[in-house]
Design a protein around this ligand. Structure first.
Ligand code: NAD
Length: 402
């Protein structure tokens, strides 16, 4: 009997992959399928909280929990390995710890930072990409303050931070910085007036999905707390001194002890190596979340580009979408195992909140603009809900934001 069981292989334990697996283990009995989850870390991390760990307002340990704490061993086998190749013709996945074959594959390998080949960016700028990059960045910022305080000849560049990109990641990181800087100034006896935080954005408008009122609210909030914005100013290079930007066709050097690239993400590089028609690590899905020519492969989360029926542009890459896709794929896998047809994915947009530190924010919730403490509260609800959906009440009490 056991050899008749279909092999379901899930790659990645981010929001999409882990939601798939936790839903599957609820829906299926142990003898209905062999479910295997492969992930390069033993832990899951809350990618939507990385800006907090990167600024140092949250400890990195608060973002992570062991994958094994949310999976049922009798139903799901967890393999701690890094995927190196997806061979869709042989229906095999290669990792640094062995090769796994599958009947149904779920690719949920998440995002990476995208520097668009900008000269020096990878070498000289910090990224907001994973737990390691977050730890490196928060340590670096604090080291610069400590160094400034300890030096006889003060270098004001130690207190200058450049942030590239005013998308959600850039703005949320800036919000956390404005919470963190007063703490650091206090700790190291530094005059806060000497701290310079500059955000450089290529586009003439930031956060284009929000109304002008919400954007103005966010900009005023951050400017009141010392952030300077340079908009319509593309970054063209990065070096040990900071960013090189273009102003009126002239290159200008912006100098700072910390340069942070928060201006682009892409899906996993393995996507281009494994499939055709992939752009920036994302592949267009069919409506049931499989991909063209492969009814046995689902691609979800930041590696997917799902275009809702009748629309032209793919949905953005957010945790909310990744989790809804994970739940839907679990249902579709159950359908396949029961010999039924798969169903189309329909995204329910509950809204988006962009935090401005722990106590403020802007957003759209169920179609209504919100700003201020209400938005900050909603953001904590969203963050806690994501934990609850995957790990239940126990994990929500342990890791949720109350
Ligand atoms: P993004 O691509 O949305 O924004 C990047 C910003 O950088 C853009 O404003 C762009 O104009 C700017 N930029 C690009 N190249 C530049 C250059 N050379 N010089 C200066 N500026 C440049 O990236 P993101 O903010 O990391 O967001 C990625 C995805 O994750 C989005 O879909 C976003 O909606 C989602 N996200 C959502 C939340 C949330 O819901 N709270 C939080 C973080 C990210």
């Amino acid at each position: 009997m056991a050899q008749d069981r279909k092999k379901v292989l899930v790659l990645g334990a981010g929001y999409a992959g882990l939601q798939t697996v936790t839903k599957l283990q609820k829906e299926l009995s142990a003898d209905e399928a062999d479910i295997t989850l492969i992930n390069k870390n033993k832990y899951h991390y809350e990618a939507t909280w990385l800006h907090e760990a990167s600024a140092g307002t949250l400890n990195y340990e608060d973002l992570i929990y062991p994958i094994e704490s949310v999976i049922k061993e009798d139903k799901v086998k967890f393999i701690n390995a890094e995927v190196t190749k997806i061979d869709r013709n042989a229906k095999k996945v290669e990792t640094n710890h062995g090769i796994y074959d599958y009947d149904i594959l779920v690719v949920a390998l998440g995002f990476e930072s995208e520097t668009f080949g900008i000269d020096g960016m990878k070498d000289h700028a910090f990224q907001i990409e994973n737990i390691e990059t977050a730890r490196r960045l928060s340590r670096h910022i604090e080291d610069k303050f400590a160094n400034y305080a300890a030096s006889k000849e003060k270098d004001d560049k130690d207190l200058a931070i450049l942030v590239g990109g005013a998308g959600f990641t850039g703005i949320e990181f800036l919000g956390e910085l404005t919470d963190r800087i007063p703490e650091l100034c206090n700790k190291y006896g530094v005059d806060q007036n000497k701290v310079r935080i500059t955000c450089v954005e290529a586009a003439p408008k930031m956060l284009p999905m929000f109304s002008d009122e919400l954007v103005n609210y966010a900009v005023n909030y951050l400017e009141d707390r010392g952030v300077e914005f340079k908009i319509a100013t593309p970054i063209v290079a990065c070096n040990e001194k900071g960013f090189v930007v273009k102003v009126n066709d002239q290159e200008q050097q912006l100098e700072a002890g910390t340069a942070v690239w928060a201006a682009g993400v892409r899906g996993s590089k393995l996507m281009e190596e494994s499939f055709e028609g992939v752009k920036r690590g994302r592949i267009i899905n069919k409506q049931d979340l499989t991909i063209e020519g492969h009814d046995d492969i689902f691609v979800i989360g930041d590696c997917s580009a799902f275009i809702p029926a009748g629309e032209e542009r793919p949905l953005p890459t957010t945790a909310q979408i990744a989790m809804q896709q994970g739940e839907h794929v679990a249902k579709n896998i159950k359908n396949i195992l029961n010999g039924q047809a798969t169903t189309d994915f329909e995204y329910v947009d509950r809204g988006t909140v962009c935090s401005l530190g722990a106590h403020d924010g802007v957003g759209i919730v169920y179609g209504r603009d919100i700003a201020g403490k209400k938005a900050a509260f909603m953001k904590k609800v969203i963050d806690t809900r994501a934990i609850f959906k995957i790990g239940g009440v126990g994990l929500a009490f342990k890791k949720g934001k109350f």
